[in-house]
Design a protein around this ligand. Structure first.
Ligand code: ES4
Ligand code: ZN
Length: 326
């Protein structure tokens, strides 16, 4: 039997976590009171009661308004530090964290507050023995022009950002819409990844665009490739990482952890990893995701170790750095 201690103790890299998705009800309420923002709830229990949804749209309708409580550099710092402490307790050694500047800039929060707060947390993570980095996401339900504006605005922070991602509502917002901002990001030396297959509709088409035209280095979710043997071969040929998030799958996508898909892909040699997505909203951090998978499916210790290995192999680390972890 695979114990929780084994899962916690296994060194892990987390490659798919949204910092804004780590906002626990307790911190949301605390920041609302500090910043004098009326979020409509007065107790932790009341805030917890709003953390319920059955698809991506209903989740995003809770998620974005909740960000209103993030106002100052300190708020972003505190959010990231509380995630990093949680991650530390669940065995995370290396993490590449998504964040959504557009969701803050449209509310009038300066990009500088977001960057300084999140980046200072990455610096301070070193003292906790965590190697933390940032992946700046474009919101795909905003325009390509807005993504380009963000990329330009982020130029002063180029060295503080490891890569570029794409998230938010996938429906009618295909990867190709962001062809130009992603090619500009590559020219500027960023790593690139994107969400594909959150929505299920057109997922194979979106995955193909991401892989064959945008040339992403990882795919966030993307487990639907399991339907297409040629695509699995292609992903293996490229050594491309897939970042899967079981509790997110269960709550948002399929009412299913998608453990069969994850284990099938793992058996086929795909570099798939386990991650937490929006842990404050989906019921658990990275080790909770491993544990959920192990509880509901037949998973061997070797498979658990391989999932953790994959998370380092597909991290944006040099081969030398990977050797340290593997
Ligand atoms: C997200 Cl579950 C999910 N899907 C798309 N975008 C997101 N941003 C945060 N969580
Ligand atoms: Zn995600």
């Amino acid at each position: 039997k695979i114990s929780r201690e084994f899962i916690d103790g296994l060194p892990k890299s987390e490659l798919h976590v949204h910092l804004e998705g780590t906002l626990e009800p307790e911190l949301k309420l605390k920041l609302a009171q500090k910043n004098n923002i009326n979020i409509g709830q007065e107790t932790i229990e009341d805030v917890e009661a709003t953390y319920h949804y059955d698809d991506l749209a209903s989740f995003l309708a809770v998620y974005y308004p909740g960000m209103d409580v993030l106002q100052t550099t300190d708020d972003f710092y505190e959010l990231a530090m509380s995630y990093l402490n949680k991650a530390k307790s669940q065995g995370v050694r290396h993490v590449e964290m998504f964040f959504d500047p557009q969701a803050h800039v449209v509310r009038g929060v300066p990009l500088n507050c977001v960057m300084e707060g999140f980046y200072q947390a990455c610096v301070d993570a070193r003292a906790m023995n965590i190697d933390a980095h940032l992946i700046m996401c474009f919101l795909r339900d905003m325009s390509a022009r807005s993504a380009i504006d963000l990329l330009n605005a982020a130029k002063p922070y180029r060295s503080k950002i490891l890569g570029i991602g794409l998230d938010s509502d996938e429906h009618h917002n295909p990867p190709l819409k962001f062809m130009l901002p992603f090619s500009m990001a590559v020219e500027q030396g960023y790593h690139i990844t994107m969400h594909a297959d959150v929505d299920q509709v057109d997922s194979i088409d979106h995955i193909k665009q991401a892989l064959e035209i945008i040339n992403v280095e990882r795919l966030d979710h993307g487990t639907n490739i399991v339907e297409d043997k040629d695509m699995v071969d292609w992903v293996n040929h490229l050594h491309l990482g897939l970042t899967s998030c079981p509790l997110s799958n269960k709550l948002i996508t399929d009412n299913d952890l998608k453990g069969d898909e994850i284990l099938d892909l793992l058996d086929e040699g795909v570099k798939i990893s386990i991650n937490s997505d929006d842990p404050a909203y989906f019921g658990g951090y990275i080790a909770d995701n491993y544990e959920a998978l192990v509880k509901e499916y037949k998973v061997t210790p070797e498979q658990v170790v391989q999932l953790a290995k994959n998370s380092f192999e597909t991290a944006w680390l040099s081969e030398k750095q990977k050797e340290m972890y593997l």
